[in-house]
Unconditional design. Structure first.
Length: 67
């Protein structure tokens, strides 16, 4: 699955990547808040979402450095 995400991120433009990061961070914030109130069914989803955001930020930073 990681290779699929990596290829998907490389095909996005820089602005699309920034928009997607913002959307996912908002989604993470909502999920984390709802998990604090009532436990969600799959708490491992929070970890995977955090890691997906980190992958997107890494790709964006790599582009800023010119790699």
């Amino acid at each position: 699955m990681a290779a699929k995400v990596k290829l998907d991120l490389k095909s996005l433009s820089e602005q699309d990547l920034k928009d997607r990061i913002a959307e996912e961070q908002l989604r993470l914030k909502k999920i984390t808040f709802s998990h604090a109130i009532t436990p969600i069914e799959n708490p491992m989803g929070i970890r995977s979402l955090r890691r997906e955001i980190a992958r997107m930020k890494t790709e964006l930073h790599k582009r800023e450095l010119g790699f």
